[in-house]
Design a protein around this ligand. Sequence first.
Ligand SMILES: Cc1cc2nc3c(=O)[nH]c(=O)nc-3n(C[C@H](O)[C@H](O)[C@H](O)COP(=O)(O)OP(=O)(O)OC[C@H]3O[C@@H](n4cnc5c(N)ncnc54)[C@H](O)[C@@H]3O)c2cc1C
Length: 692
Amino acid sequence: MTTPHGTSDDKPDMPDTTLSFDSSPTREPGGEQYDDAAGYYVDGEPLADIKAPGGPLEERWGTRKFEARIANPANRRRLSIIVVGTGLAGASAAATLGEAGYVVKSFCYQDSPRRAHSIAAQGGINAAKNYKGDGDSVHRLFYDTIKGGDYRSRESNVYRLAEVSVNIIDQCVAQGVPFAREYGGLLDNRSFGGVQVSRTFYARGQTGQQLLIGAYQALERQVAAGTVRCYTRHEMLELIVVDGRARGIIVRDLVTGEIETYFADVVVLASGGYGNVFFLSTNAMGCNVTASWRAHRKGAYMANPCYTQIHPTCIPVTGHHQSKLTLMSESLRNDGRIWVPKKKADCTKDPREIPEEDRDYYLERIYPAFGNLVPRDIASRQAKNMCDEGRGVGPEVEGVRRGVYLDFAEAIERLGRESIEAKYGNLFDMYARITGEDPYEVPMRIYPAVHYVMGGLWVDYDLQSTIPGLFVTGEANFSDHGANRLGASALMQGLADGYFVLPNTIRDYLADGPFDRVPEDHPAVVEAQQSVKDRIEAFLTTNGTRSVDSYHRELGNIMWEYCGMERTEDGLRKAIDLIRSLRDDFKRNVRVLGSAESLNQSLEKAGRVADFFELGELMCIDALNRRESCGGHFRAESQTEDGEALRHDDQYAYVAAWEWPGDPGSPEMGTPVLHKEHLTYDFVEMKQRSYK
Ligand SMILES: Cc1cc2nc3c(=O)[nH]c(=O)nc-3n(C[C@H](O)[C@H](O)[C@H](O)COP(=O)(O)OP(=O)(O)OC[C@H]3O[C@@H](n4cnc5c(N)ncnc54)[C@H](O)[C@@H]3O)c2cc1C
């Protein structure tokens, strides 16, 4: 296998931590071979990221930027780019590419680019500015992110992310993003989980919104300049691949129902994450996998699909009536203390009446070094453990109290109510509106919920997928977070990709353009158009009895139960069977009312849920294959004596990149093909993570 990260000659004076890697099926300690996922997949050729230059880590991005070819300004006016998505990753990319002079078409399914899900981000964005002088640096951000991701991300990518982080803040400040400031006028920042420095820049609890307004304004500037054209309420339903290159997309105008075809020299997907496969999540209701999944079916590999982030601080589920969960930002863990009663008998008491000595501040107890600021995967798992022990609080749902306290009483006493209000006021208001309880008076109740996906389309260092000419940015790609994303680093990655990385790498590909015009009657185009029409027709003519939502909810329950916070071999096998039979039922019995020629949200959802079924199955197969625990992927069979995640670097230090098998036009899901990209660590020592 090719090593992606240069040769040993390139290494600075660092320990040699390269591990011997056995890509054959898992071995029992006794030596016998077995593979949990045998029969569910076939082995493919190993994969390597050959775009990352070798050499010292801190020089790699500079080298790549210099080596990537440039299309001259006159040629750029003849080069066209489609960008699907207007969240932070897509809007920043479209604006920057427009500014560079390319002809950009930008698509989103909302009525305005500004409504992309990025607007929901609350807590903040990381950058290694070291404004607090507390020991931060590019190298520390790089190290924290590699460790936080449980040694399942690429060193080159993560270092670049840390390096570029400092530019993002400057760019956003120049755009007028109103970051919080200290009394003296300097930008303020706070801490997030998994780190011991303060590097998270924020705009109260509305960081995503403010950053998106900045990116949107940059985008609108290009719209006015004529370099970008926006297509709102247009949903991409198919990718056009001609002679092996991505050359366009098929979209449905969600208002008129018209099926339209758009061509370009290159296509960028910035279509966000797929956490809604779990039905209940903190994601916006519209978030889906369709753009990525359609590309996957056309040859783009899907990487580490099972890596899901379960966020520890969400408002608990209260019953079956919900279709959405609400995040309480991780920033609250800066000042809030998490606890449960020591005694089960106290779980129904008013928390204010439980004396200090009867409270278990379990994160502070188990992880004294990081306390309430342990990473999300660890905080989530411990909350589940407390509730499984019977020490959860709040109403019972299906016989278990699924909640822990997040308590600000001490912080209010120490800092004063005004100070807490200034930092978190809008989050406290939101909590009060949803629960009817006043968090200034009574501790909040929180519980983990699905929040983010680290998995996504496989991309190389240039952010190019396995389909030439198809680039993927933001949450839609798998690139930088390994098996667990640290808080405040999704916004950092989305904006790094869009403002700084993609514009520098895509030009190397475009230097060979413009490519031959694709005629509308090209067989690949006709096939793509027809497959979209056939799918729509099939949904509308099934005439079954069950709503799309009811299938989605049931699929989500299966995913949460068996592919959620804890996964087991038996559970995952069961989930695959359940998903397959539910998908068959969906095909025969779904009821989609209305017509294709008008606004039809039930039809939109049907397409998204159909893709979630296939994705859900692949997630379970991926989770079954990985018989180790790492980050957000916790396999019950692989844990330390004290219940922490136990990795097996000798067998699983790889990115699992899945190929859609066989005929891309096939309506059926075949047996996926697994390509392994071996991860090597030349600059960081792979260790069992410890936050104690
Ligand atoms: C409640 C919440 C709070 C968060 N807070 C933080 C935080 O404080 N800090 C942090 O770093 N991260 C945070 N995150 C994570 C972060 O917000 C997201 O990972 C990030 O915003 C994703 O950005 P994106 O541009 O990749 O995708 P999105 O913002 O999801 O945008 C996706 C875009 O793609 C478009 N699209 C999708 N599919 C199609 C299609 N088929 N056709 C056409 N258009 C399509 C959509 O219309 C949209 O414009 C939070 C997440 C949640 C859920």
